[in-house]
Design a protein. Structure first.
Length: 440
């Protein structure tokens, strides 16, 4: 009995020891999920999905820009970590390599780099263009021109324009310099004017929950500090970690070493809660934001399937909010249980994971096929075919999809109405679930 206890305690002792000696720098496959700063290749399709027995009539793509540098605010906050690297004490439980990496960490971005597409971002869009060109030979069979291919930028932001440029460059082998910019009144893609940003109560509650508090304690301990860091400082470390990681897929960024996998999963949930209420199913109003863009998709497919006229390719380049709103309007990644500050553990296998829905260069794509005379449709998120739950199909008859979204599409006209207090009510005479409120 005594012998067993000794053996057991030896095993436990050794495990604790090996746990505390674990070096981030020696991990071969560090945890890759960083919400909207996840690298595309970790979550996108691992194989090519084609329909060899069908002809592709039209490809409709809505893409987020590729990997970018942090925004100028975040650059500032990350720069401030230079102060904290000197606070590492001998009581830190980081292994020597991880400890040295933080001590010698150099951050060389400045405010002028803020939000710019970086070299990984160029690769993201170039490789997407090349993959689609190879897979959809019926679509990319003509030289680029703005009649056969319709390109729309969802934002005047440099990163969206550059993303469109590198996509077209690799898909068509041209330098398109006159990519049309968005009309700021275009409600399909300028959703900001309709977004009602409420106080995110669940995120607030989550931040004072035991989950986030434990992250604060663990990170402060591992650095050997005698008091707890502020959550903002921990967020700066998280940002430093995930931006460096997404910019260089093989890197082991210094600040990643302060987080355990549990910490990263908690921080991912914090981000998921944010998007769930700001862009997702957490607020039913958000389901309306995708009406205009989904109407464009259905209109395009309807025209193409009826008349064969219209472009072969329709390409939008924008932001994560655009991709989220289309995903939500189409009904993908909807959980039956809402995400709350209190159910992190129960929701570990949730569908709503921004790492999967909105990595850099995330995209929603829809493909219209002609399969021996029958029109069919497949939706893809990050090149992975999605199941339309209502019918259990991935290659779905177009007529079913057309009917399913008919309430969103049937009446094209918009009407402006005086609304309550500061709102002007803009009514799409489509369906009650598509009425948008514009900030007056
Ligand atoms: C998918 O297709 C692309 C382009 O043809 C090719 O480079 C890539 O190797 C293919 N991937 C797989 C997993 O078959
Ligand atoms: C880090 O060190 C600086 C002085 O070098 C000190 O002002 C600051 O409070 C320290 N921060 C923490 C969290 O210990
Ligand atoms: C390390 O921890 C010991 C015991 O908790 C404490 O007395 C000491 O001041 C700490 N050293 C540093 C550098 O924080
Ligand atoms: C930490 O340890 C190193 C050597 O291990 C020693 O040179 C240094 O003075 C120690 N620093 C503190 C603050 O105890
Ligand atoms: C910034 O640092 C990275 C990695 O540490 C390095 O590859 C890059 O060349 C540096 N850039 C500048 C402008 O110094
Ligand atoms: C299409 O290209 C032609 C010639 O480059 C240009 O005159 C025209 O304005 C473009 N149309 C659109 C919608 O961008
Ligand atoms: C695009 O522009 C680059 C740089 O100006 C040039 O090197 C390249 O040859 C151009 N490619 C095409 C297809 O015009
Ligand atoms: C979107 O609309 C808002 C409000 O009308 C406007 O301020 C903003 O400039 C527009 N965005 C773009 C990219 O045009
Ligand atoms: C569909 O076709 C109609 C009639 O030709 C046209 O007015 C409309 O703009 C087209 N819609 C799209 C999204 O192409």
């Amino acid at each position: 009995m005594k012998f067993i206890v000794i053996i057991l305690s030896l095993i436990i002792f050794n495990c604790i020891k090996c746990e505390s000696n674990k070096c981030f720098h020696q991990e071969d496959h560090p945890f890759p999920f960083f919400a909207s700063k996840t690298a595309y290749s970790y979550v996108s399709a691992k194989q090519n999905y084609t329909q060899p027995n069908c002809k592709t009539l039209q490809l409709w793509l809505l893409s987020r820009h590729g990997t970018r540098h942090p925004g100028s605010d975040t650059i500032d906050k990350i720069s401030n970590l230079n102060e904290y690297k000197n606070n590492l004490t001998n009581n830190s439980s980081l292994c020597k390599e991880d400890f040295e990496a933080i001590k010698t960490w150099i951050f060389n971005l400045t405010e002028k780099d803020g939000d710019k597409l970086n070299s990984q971002g160029v690769k993201d869009l170039s490789s997407l263009g090349l993959r689609l060109q190879n897979l959809y030979t019926d679509i990319f069979d003509q030289p680029y021109n703005n009649i056969t291919y319709s390109v729309v930028l969802s934002s005047t932001k440099e990163r969206s324009r550059d993303s469109a440029f590198y996509f077209l460059k690799s898909a068509f082998n041209v330098n398109v310099t006159d990519i049309p910019l968005i009309n700021s009144d275009d409600i399909k893609i300028n959703i900001s004017k309709f977004q009602i940003l409420n106080d995110n109560k669940e995120v607030k509650k989550f931040r004072s929950s035991i989950y986030i508090q434990d992250v604060i304690i663990r990170v402060s301990n591992i650095l050997g500090l005698d008091r707890n860091l502020a959550l903002n400082t921990i967020k700066a470390m998280y940002n430093s970690c995930r931006f460096e990681r997404s910019a260089d897929l093989n890197s082991h960024p210094a600040w990643c070493a302060v987080f355990s996998q549990e910490d990263l999963e908690v921080l991912e949930y914090d981000e998921d809660l944010k998007y769930y209420y700001a862009n997702g199913y957490g607020d039913s109003y958000n389901e309306r934001l995708g009406c205009p863009i989904v109407k464009d998709l259905i209109d395009n497919f309807r025209n193409k399937s009826q008349t064969q006229h219209g472009p072969k390719g329709v390409f939008y380049f924008g932001h994560s909010t655009n991709v989220f709103s289309a995903i939500v309007r189409l009904g993908f990644a909807r959980d039956t249980t809402p995400l709350l500050s209190s159910n992190f553990n129960d929701m570990r296998d949730r569908k709503w994971k921004s790492s999967y829905l909105s990595p850099f260069a995330s995209n929603l794509m829809a493909v219209l096929y002609d399969c021996h005379g029958e029109k069919k449709v497949t939706f893809f998120v990050n090149e992975i075919p999605m199941t339309v739950e209502k019918y259990g199909c991935t290659l779905c008859p177009w007529t079913l999809i057309e009917n399913m979204f008919d309430p969103i599409v049937s009446s094209p006209s918009w009407k402006v109405r005086p609304g309550p207090v500061t709102y002007v009510l803009m009514e799409v005479r489509l369906s009650p679930s598509c009425v948008l409120y514009m900030l007056g």
